[in-house]
Write a protein that binds this ligand. Structure first.
Ligand SMILES: NC(=O)c1ccc[n+]([C@@H]2O[C@H](COP(=O)([O-])OP(=O)(O)OC[C@H]3O[C@@H](n4cnc5c(N)ncnc54)[C@H](OP(=O)(O)O)[C@@H]3O)[C@@H](O)[C@H]2O)c1
Length: 246
């Protein structure tokens, strides 16, 4: 694992910082791309491996493609790109502005990063693209654009994996689907919430094992399985609530 570099795209979240700590402890050099470099000042001294922080804006696709390409030329030997950008928001009025922002970050920005890194890995001859995604992508939901954007990500990653196989290239694609942690946090449910260190540990393990797809934490696997299986009249709990009120 020594002398290899990992790029983390969207490095400022609590989960990203914990993943950075664990990857750095495994000996990987890190390049942290973030729209908020100042939020990483406290983290840097705690990372044992060489780390670079670079300002980055996922909403500007043309600039990010140039930036990634230039960065690649400087770095050489990039082993892993982990995409951890994501935007989620909910308003019952469904204002277009909100939906558009989610689509810009979670669909357009996400695809631009994955597409560019795939092409750069293809030239390099090997590598791994991973993304922190969500089981929200398995079905539609009230955060309409968010659920749909995560479905896009699941589908996009599967397509890249198939494409790498078709080209017979050792490029691994890892889709890390998180449970609906925000929802669990709001319900103060310790049954569903795991400490961020444990979430990061399961993610880093899946990365190092180059898994194709993983649900984190493990306890969300049953929810994911049921989510896919249930017919809409049971999955959509609004149906039951309306019936109860009558
Ligand atoms: N937290 C949860 O409960 C949960 C549950 C299921 C799935 N997920 C998904 O897991 C991934 C990581 O989630 P997380 O909790 O670590 O962090 P998060 O708060 O969802 O954000 C992850 C990163 O996205 C970037 N980002 C956020 N808003 C942005 C915006 N408007 N424009 C550009 N970049 C923006 C930030 O990167 P920088 O500031 O570093 O640029 C941030 O570090 C996301 O894709 C999220 O949708 C999260």
């Amino acid at each position: 694992m020594s002398e290899t570099t990992a790029i983390l795209v969207g490095a400022s979240s609590m989960l990203s910082k914990e993943i950075a700590k664990q990857l750095s402890a495994s000996g990987m050099k890190l390049v942290l791309l973030t729209q908020a470099p100042e939020t990483l000042t406290d983290l840097l001294p705690s990372l044992p491996a060489t780390t670079q922080v670079i300002p980055f804006d996922i909403s500007d696709d043309k600039q990010l493609i140039n930036q990634l390409t230039e960065l690649w030329q400087q770095l050489g030997n990039v082993q892993l790109v982990l995409v951890n950008t994501g935007l989620n928001s909910y308003s019952p009025e469904l204002p277009w502005q909100l939906e558009q922002e989610i689509i810009d970050v979670n669909v357009k920005g996400f695809a631009a990063v994955c597409n560019t890194c795939f092409r750069l890995f293809r030239e390099q001859g090997y590598g791994q693209i991973a993304a922190i995604n969500s089981i929200a992508g398995l079905r539609g939901g009230p955060s309409v654009a968010f659920h749909a954007s995560k479905a896009f990500a699941i589908n996009y990653l599967e397509g890249l994996s198939m494409h790498a196989q078709r080209l017979k290239l050792p490029i691994d694609i890892t889709d890390i689907q998180l449970g609906l942690l925000d929802k669990a946090a709001m319900q103060q449910s310790s049954l569903w919430l795991s400490p961020v260190e444990e979430v990061a540990r399961q993610i880093v393990r899946a990365l190092l094992l180059r898994k194709r797809r993983v649900i984190v934490t493990k306890r969300w696997r049953t929810v994911a399985w049921l989510t896919k299986l249930l017919p809409e009249y049971i999955y959509n709990t609004r149906h039951w609530k309306q019936k109860k009120r009558k």
